[in-house]
Design a protein around this ligand. Structure first.
Ligand code: GN1
Ligand code: MG
Length: 344
């Protein structure tokens, strides 16, 4: 078996079982169980087309763990597991990079939020996580994804994709292209705030979607996971992405045609997010929360659409229209959110 080579670098037995976990869109993930002693681990193949310097991810992860350990933090801290030869990153014969992480027993993840209560708990968990790691002076966090929150670049990548895409793809995506083009000026204010240094630099998670929190089977939060994107940027991104992920009544992968935005959850997320952070936010941050949510959803739609037009080179897909369906989902969510914000 292909995986055997790599698993044996981490655990010293042939008596194991392995099964894929198909949640992520970038890395490939497996659950490995050592049947000698019943211990379980998460094994991941790091997508080095996206994360060009995996060592940065490992260093950031260890740094964040040290900060969480040093402070009072009630959630589980996921540790990277060293290989038998004491390395956190291991290369396979195809030059693929692998790592192993703690597995948390009795944990589950959600692909969509089942209730406003879970949304509140998730946002509050991130609020505590962010509050715990944002100590002054900010430690040096490596940039694992240069340009990740550079929206000018996101837009120019989209325009490039539009130029080279086939007529067929553009026809399939005609409505979505129209909508994205109509709102190209939406991120301008954000870009300006960033250029003028009006948004404080903080450590953010940058992928606080609902499946990046482990819940106990009895539905209370256990751990924040997936620290790969942890970076120094504006906390508006994390708030926006929580709204993007938690207010969606559909799975991110479903092509929806009717409203998929839930306003009760919107309120719950805001309350949970502000639980620990309210006093820390500057007026610019606080006043732009609702705006940021729109921009993050818009940029996510634009990223899915860009990838569709580029022939699906970034996000993993299971069928050709997958990224277009994801785009439709995000745009429908954006419409729902904007309608709600206009009404209140
Ligand atoms: C990607 O692979 P995953 O699920 O950790 C993406 C996020 C998107 C998310 C959408 C490095 O995260 O930015 O918001 O998909 N990560 C990267 O589900 O691009
Ligand atoms: Mg991620």
């Amino acid at each position: 078996m292909e995986l055997d080579h790599i698993i044996r670098k981490f655990i010293d037995t042939q008596n194991y079982s392995v099964s894929p976990i198909t949640n992520g869109l970038i890395n490939s993930t497996y659950l490995v169980k050592n049947n000698d002693n019943n211990s379980k681990y998460i094994l991941q193949n790091i997508n080095t087309k996206v994360f060009k310097h995996p060592q940065i991810i490992v260093d950031n992860h260890l740094k964040i763990n040290r900060m969480l350990t040093a402070k009072h933090y009630d959630f589980k801290i996921i540790k990277p597991i060293a290989s038998i030869s004491n390395e956190f990153l291991v290369k396979d014969p195809h030059q693929q990079i692998w790592r192993m992480l703690d597995f948390v027993e009795n944990s589950i993840t959600f692909l969509k939020v089942p209730s406003a209560k879970i949304a509140y708990e998730a946002a509050k968990t991130f609020s505590i996580f962010l509050n715990t790691i944002n100590m002054e002076p900010l430690p040096e966090i490596g940039d694992s994804l240069p340009g990740f929150i550079n929206f000018e670049k996101r837009i120019s990548d989209y325009k490039k994709a539009l130029k080279v895409a086939s007529a067929d793809l553009k026809e399939n995506a005609a409505n979505e292209i129209q909508y994205i083009n109509d709102f190209l000026s939406l991120p301008e204010k954000w870009i300006k705030l960033q250029h003028n240094n009006l948004l404080p630099k903080r450590i953010i998670h940058a992928d606080p979607k609902i499946s990046n929190i482990l819940f106990h089977e009895e539905h209370y939060p256990l751990a924040v996971i997936d620290l790969d994107t942890v970076m120094i940027s504006t906390i508006l991104y994390d708030f926006g992405d929580m709204i993007r992920s938690y207010t969606n009544t559909a799975n991110e992968d479903e092509a929806v045609t009717a409203n998929n935005f839930n306003s009760e959850i919107f309120k719950a997320v805001k309350e949970g997010f502000l639980f620990h952070l309210q006093e820390k936010l500057t007026p610019e941050e606080y006043e732009n929360l609702d705006y940021a949510a729109q921009v993050v959803i818009y940029i996510q739609a634009l990223r899915f659409l860009t990838d569709y037009l580029n022939g699906n080179i970034y996000y993993s897909i299971t069928y050709p229209e997958h990224n277009l369906d994801r785009t439709k989902n995000q745009l429908q969510l954006l419409k729902g959110l904007r309608k709600y914000l206009n009404e209140i």
